[in-house]
Design a binder for this molecule. Structure first.
Ligand SMILES: Cc1cc2nc3c(=O)[nH]c(=O)nc-3n(C[C@H](O)[C@H](O)[C@H](O)COP(=O)(O)OP(=O)(O)OC[C@H]3O[C@@H](n4cnc5c(N)ncnc54)[C@H](O)[C@@H]3O)c2cc1C
Length: 461
């Protein structure tokens, strides 16, 4: 049906067959079309397709195959940094497909490919339900879930990838498949935690959890107390039930008008907690941390929707560079090593350096799990800095290395795809047997490696 004989990409036929838009270099909308959420990433694909229907996605896949291009799905571009060159790739931006349907009786939400977490969390919250959303309102539901998905309810309910009922996906041969535990179970398994290497997901059906309200908030301390506070938080994590998910972080707020006055241009040591329980028992659990005398205490009962504000993620697109690590354990010496490179006097250029408490359901491989069965280790590190230009990006990246190196002794070497914003050897994200199975699925469904992903799984040669 399609051919690409001229040296410039001829997308007329593609445009004719699509409801959505197709943009190529030279078009007036080109710079806007190619932009990712992470503004520090300068994407130069062969073309950008913005499908509006599943049929549009099929058309793009068939066109790309026919003209010898690859295809990369992008929901928001939060994880655009590791994608690599898009020179021979059509970037498929799914943001026009954002419909969310909720079935409160079955506790399910079906989100189209371009939905972001606020699109799901806000309406399901009205039904007393919660999805296993991440900290940010505008991270893509699909990209986050395919990468595993570490949520505020994670220690109680596990990874988001393992609370998925079904996935609609366009495969490399242009087929629209609805995969679940009974239909194409290997592909269903691979998508849940194995990332975006297996097709273009057009919709995902999420299992929801009954949650009316939670006790949640943050305690903020002057950052000079970072060592003391993070050590106390680390001790405290050993005592908490599965209902408590928390993180400890060092945060240097930039002097931006977006940031409220008491926080702007100041640095803090912060503990954030979400507790699936009521206020009296939450206050009792929190007492040892409150006894440290925080400067700011925001705890109270919130709906699941309220959790989207807890982490103070950026309200809109920003330029940034980040990286993570999985820590087996976090002894007091590890906290000290972290504070030495990210706390007062360290000269750290990083905006946020956080440790998320893992374990409980996040560490259990329940029956029917996907490619990422569980997160190994007790804590996940994620650090990020603002990178408005190449020099700032280089400074931030160099310091991300400093932070990772400082924690080498406790780093398991395992990677969590969602907390990895650089190209890595994707084998580091999975146990060897899971990686082999992912490669076998990739070889079956996409032997020619049509789909380009931020963290690729390569077919077997
Ligand atoms: C501010 C911020 C907060 C975050 N908070 C959390 C958190 O709390 N927990 C957590 O686990 N992670 C978190 N993350 C990481 C986030 O989950 C990953 O960056 C994730 O990949 C983002 O998905 P996206 O669709 O928004 O990004 P994109 O860059 O659009 O997509 C990332 C990758 O997902 C795949 N993908 C996306 N859409 C499709 C599709 N339709 N079909 C097939 N593949 C697709 C592709 O491989 C793509 O390269 C956070 C990131 C940021 C920047």
């Amino acid at each position: 049906m399609y051919s690409n004989t001229s040296s410039a990409l001829d997308v007329r036929a593609l445009r004719e067959h699509m409801t959505g838009a197709v943009t190529v270099p030279g078009d007036s909308a080109w710079d806007l079309a190619r932009q990712a959420w992470n503004l520090s990433v300068d994407q130069h694909p062969a073309a950008v397709a913005e499908p509006e229907t599943v049929a549009d996605v099929v058309v793009v896949v068939e066109y790309a195959r026919a003209v010898g291009l690859r295809v990369a799905a992008q929901g928001t571009g939060h994880s655009a940094a590791p994608l690599g060159s898009l020179q021979d790739t059509i970037l498929v931006k799914t943001h026009r497909m954002r419909t969310v349907e909720i079935d409160p009786d079955r506790r399910r939400a079906r989100a189209q490919a371009g939905a972001v977490w606020a699109d799901v969390v806000v309406p399901v919250s009205e039904h007393g339900l919660a999805a296993l959303a991440g900290s940010s309102h505008d991270v893509g539901v699909v990209g986050y879930t395919l990468g595993g998905g570490l949520s505020w309810l994670g220690r109680k309910h596990g990874l988001a990838a393992n609370s998925v009922a079904a996935i609609q996906v366009v495969t490399a041969d242009g087929r629209v498949a609805l995969v679940d535990a009974d239909h194409e179970p290997d592909l269903f398994w691979a998508l849940r935690g194995g990332g975006g290497s297996f097709g273009i997901v057009t919709a995902i059906e999420l299992e929801l959890h009954p949650v009316d309200e939670l006790y949640a908030g943050m305690l903020a301390f002057p950052w000079e107390r970072a060592g003391e506070v993070l050590r106390a938080w680390r001790e405290w994590t050993r005592t908490v039930p599965d209902e408590v998910s928390s993180l400890g972080r060092i945060l240097q707020f930039p002097p931006l008008p977006d940031i409220p006055e008491p926080l702007r241009a100041r640095s803090f040591a912060i503990v954030e907690v979400a507790y699936l329980g009521d206020e009296p028992s939450g206050a009792e659990l929190l007492a040892p941390l409150r006894a440290l005398g925080p400067e700011i205490d925001t705890f109270g009962m919130v709906s699941p929707e309220g959790l989207l504000q807890l982490h103070m993620d950026p309200p809109h697109a920003v330029p940034g560079a980040g990286d993570g690590a999985q820590l087996d354990v976090l002894p007091a010496e590890a906290v000290d090593a972290l504070v030495a490179v990210a706390g007062p006097g360290s000269g750290s250029p990083l905006l946020s350096v956080e440790l998320r408490h893992l374990g409980a359901a996040l560490a259990r491989a329940d029956a029917g799990h996907g490619a990422l069965a569980a997160l190994e280790g007790d804590f996940a590190l994620f650090a990020v800095g603002v990178a408005p230009d190449a020099d700032a990006a280089a400074t931030v990246r160099a310091h991300l290395d400093v932070v990772r190196e400082a924690l080498t002794e406790w780093n398991s070497g395992r990677r969590f795809l969602n907390f990895t914003e650089r190209p890595i050897d994707t084998r580091a994200a999975f146990p060897a047997a899971a990686y082999r199975r992912l490669q076998a699925v990739k070889t079956l469904v996409d032997p020619d490696d049509l789909f380009q992903s931020n963290h690729p799984i390569a077919p077997i040669d």
